[in-house]
Design a protein around this ligand. Structure first.
Ligand SMILES: NC(=O)C1=CN([C@@H]2O[C@H](COP(=O)(O)OP(=O)(O)OC[C@H]3O[C@@H](n4cnc5c(N)ncnc54)[C@H](OP(=O)(O)O)[C@@H]3O)[C@@H](O)[C@H]2O)C=CC1
Ligand SMILES: CC(=O)N[C@@H](CCC(=O)OP(=O)(O)O)C(=O)O
Length: 309
């Protein structure tokens, strides 16, 4: 029988760490090794955990994740493999982007990678929608794209959760209005866009769940594609995936509105092409759980790929 991989979750007590822990206790053949809670920020103790681990999953703020990687570097060739859930290494050339469905064959790259950077929750939705359409030639890479999104408050980690649960946060707000959100470089790099998209995130008074939407003027696209053309290209790209699905619901069925929380507790993502053929306008839409495919679900998916679980 193959050896059970030993997993150290650095940041195990945080929002993402806890979700990963929960998923790993659900019949996945790994041994989770945990640090004593009072030592969780002690570099020597963390290094000892890294020595014992086959893989570490970083569920830390960006600076702490960078520090964890330099700790692991001290172990040279004996360093464990790394999955980083933070945004510290998302556009680094020597890391593999942990979105298995990105392009054909990408899952094999994750399988063989030593260092995998987990996608951000918003880029997961945006890239899932845009990349296949750029690759199919339906959206030119220099096309002007806007990405609007709403997240549950768990996306902001422990401090935002506490603020919402104490009733001290705005019930709903847009943010990132200086258009320099940290997710934009990642979104550009992996969606294949060369023109910087306008990204406007927002957060509301619900714990988890996410919608990412992209309005498009179809008559400004070079081939003037129909809604059906866009839907077909997405369907073809994700054919066979058990995680990403393209939902073929006519507008009349969904009633021209869609909620953010239907996939909560799952690691799935749904893609929709809404709009009006008459107006030649579309809204591409992704629905996911920010803590599922947007964080912990993707980390566990990558772990399974890396260890053939
Ligand atoms: N929440 C989400 O939807 C998503 C989060 N992410 C990313 O995952 C990472 C973790 O986020 P999240 O779980 O939400 O954050 P949390 O704030 O909920 O948890 C972070 C954890 O890291 C611990 N920690 C902080 N500094 C250190 C340190 N120097 N050494 C060891 N442990 C430390 C914290 O401990 P303490 O509280 O005691 O300081 C806490 O347990 C972030 O980089 C985030 O951007 C990615 C995708 C989605
Ligand atoms: C609501 C909220 O605050 N969301 C976070 C993103 C959460 C996420 O995916 O973050 P990482 O890229 O850090 O992993 C934000 O906008 O910064």
């Amino acid at each position: 029988m193959a050896k059970q991989p030993k997993v150290f979750i650095d940041g195990e007590a945080g929002t993402t760490g806890l979700q990963i822990r929960e998923r790993l206790s659900d019949g996945i053949d790994v041994e989770v090794i945990s640090i004593a809670p009072e030592k969780r920020k002690d570099a020597e103790a963390r290094l000892d955990m890294m020595r014992a681990a086959d893989v570490i999953i970083l569920c830390l703020p960006d600076d702490a994740a960078r520090e964890a990687v330099s700790l692991a570097d001290n172990l040279g060739d004996n360093a464990p493999r790394i999955i980083d859930a933070s945004s510290a290494h998302r556009t680094a050339d020597d890391w593999t982007y942990g979105f298995a469905e990105l392009v054909g064959g990408h899952a094999d790259q994750i399988q063989n990678a030593r260092r995998v950077t987990n996608p951000g929750c918003y880029p997961t939705g945006g890239i899932a929608l845009i990349r296949p359409l750029v690759d199919a030639g339906l959206i030119p890479s220099d096309f002007g794209i806007s990405v609007n999104a709403v997240s549950g408050y768990s996306g902001g980690g422990r401090s935002m959760i506490e603020a919402y649960e104490a009733g001290t946060a705005e019930p709903f707000e847009l943010y990132g209005l200086g258009l320099s959100h940290k997710h934009v470089p990642e979104l550009m790099r992996y969606s294949g866009l060369t023109r910087r998209p306008i990204f406007v995130p927002s957060v509301g008074n619900f714990r988890q769940g996410m919608l990412v939407s992209i309005p498009l003027h179809l008559d400004l696209l070079p081939g003037k594609p129909s809604l059906r053309d866009l839907e077909l290209a997405l369907t073809k790209h994700y054919d066979g995936s058990t995680i990403v699905s393209v939902v073929h619901e006519p507008l009349e069925t969904v009633g021209q509105r869609i909620g953010a929380v239907a996939l909560n507790g799952t690691d799935k993502i749904e893609l929709f092409v809404f709009g009006s053929e008459t107006q030649k306008q579309a809204v591409l839409l992704a629905r996911l759980d920010n803590l599922g495919k947007g964080a912990a679900g993707a980390a566990v998916q990558n772990l399974k790929l890396m260890f053939g679980l």
